[in-house]
Ligand binder design. Sequence first.
Ligand code: NG6
Ligand code: CA
Length: 496
Amino acid sequence: MYHRLSSIFSLLLFLFLIGCQKKTTPPNIVIIYLDDLGYGDVSAYQQGTLQTPNIDRLANGGVKFTNGHAASATCTPSRYALMTGQYPWRNTQAKISTGAALIIDTLQMTLPKMLQQKNYQTAIVGKWHLGLGLDTINYNQRISPGPNEVGFDYAYIMPDTQDRVPTVYIENGNVVNLDANDPLLVSFKQNFEGEPTGWDNPELLTTKWHHGHYNSIVNGISRIGFMKGGKSAYWSDLDMADHFLEKAKDYITQNQNTPFFLFYSLQQPHVPRTPHPRFEGQSGMGPRGDAILEADWCIGEVYKTLETLGLLENTLIVLSSDNGPVLNDGYYDDAVEKLGNHTPSGIFRGGKYSLFEAGTRVPFISYWKGRIVSTTSEKLISQIDLFNSIAAIIDSPLTSQDGLNLSELILTGSGPERENLILEASGRTALKQNNWVLIPPYSGNAVSKYTNVELGNADQYQLYDLNEDPQQSNNLATTQLEKLELMKATYQKLKK
Ligand code: NG6
Ligand code: CA
């Protein structure tokens, strides 16, 4: 009898301990990262006319940041900052990457490495765009260094962008489905003899290029760069979203019993916009709108996967975008013509490539079911802070060069915020401080000729008070002289 009681007691104690253990299990981290999605593209932000119910569920059930920034108005530098917690302008290589070498040093600390040190399984699925290899890449052998060498245990990636060659997926360094008898050759300098291009063979195109994008043709779309061979490995543009989604879901399912970090890096709504036919016409805004609806659906599917596996209560989801929106980014795809009343930039000025607000002020959401109470936060936060903040949340002592620990903000929507932030766009920088913005003079077009985006360039200093003037329409640089000098001094100090 005594033995029976004691073994029942031991069993209960064991179950109790398991129960406790489950509670203290570090949370899974899922970063959902969109490509060129604007502040006003998400309906929870109440700006545009497009409906994004699945992103809204995260925004309305978590912290919806209305003053959240990407580190840069273009992709590679933003992603660099997200991965390292370092300002991209400190690294001269951190500019839009086209077939270039890996820009993260393999000795550098990164977000996934920090998580690995805390026994996380780590993965990236989707767009990479941080460079690969050391020099010229041979796609017919394992490509290294790449995501695996900077902290990802598993990597299923598109190397640069959907509009750049090679149009193949790479899994842990190897081109997927490559036939050794048909080697894949890539060049960004010259075409391979006899290969059609968008420039020479417009009759082969199903999507016409508007500017750039007139090199090799794959699936009726001409791209940036030249490619020959490797045909069995070419991706299907129309299936890309489903393909990445499948990989993301598989990864979550396979790693449900261990803490994991998933960087789910979607390709939408970057050009070329190729939503699956089942989304065609759904937005009434052409492929750009349809691609956003497709991305929203994918996010809903990832949510469902976490829910079905019972992981939602132990998963911190952060959703954001790598830079602001652009309509015409190089193809005739009706993005401008069918926009209607939709406002991708929200009320903000500029867009992708711009130093004005819409270049980097993007949807920024943290969600953790049962842990984060739904709220809206106007506090200033940058993606550069995710390294330190996630480190704090999972009890890692590591910090980055430029990030802040804003974990309280991420978990509650209140608490300390950033006092200042250096914004970056195509190598130019500006300062945001306590809702004032200082943009130094820059030569160059005020409005980009092709994309029609206001870039932020002007002959004189620009100074804006976002509390009074979120649209940045009233330059105070000649009237608020004291403020101007103060901001200049801070800018100089931070840029040192
Ligand atoms: C630009 C491309 C643009 C886009 C961008 C990268 C031209 C004319 N424009 O050079 O289409 O690919 O690079 O976008 O080629 S990003 O979101 O990855 O930074
Ligand atoms: Ca981008």
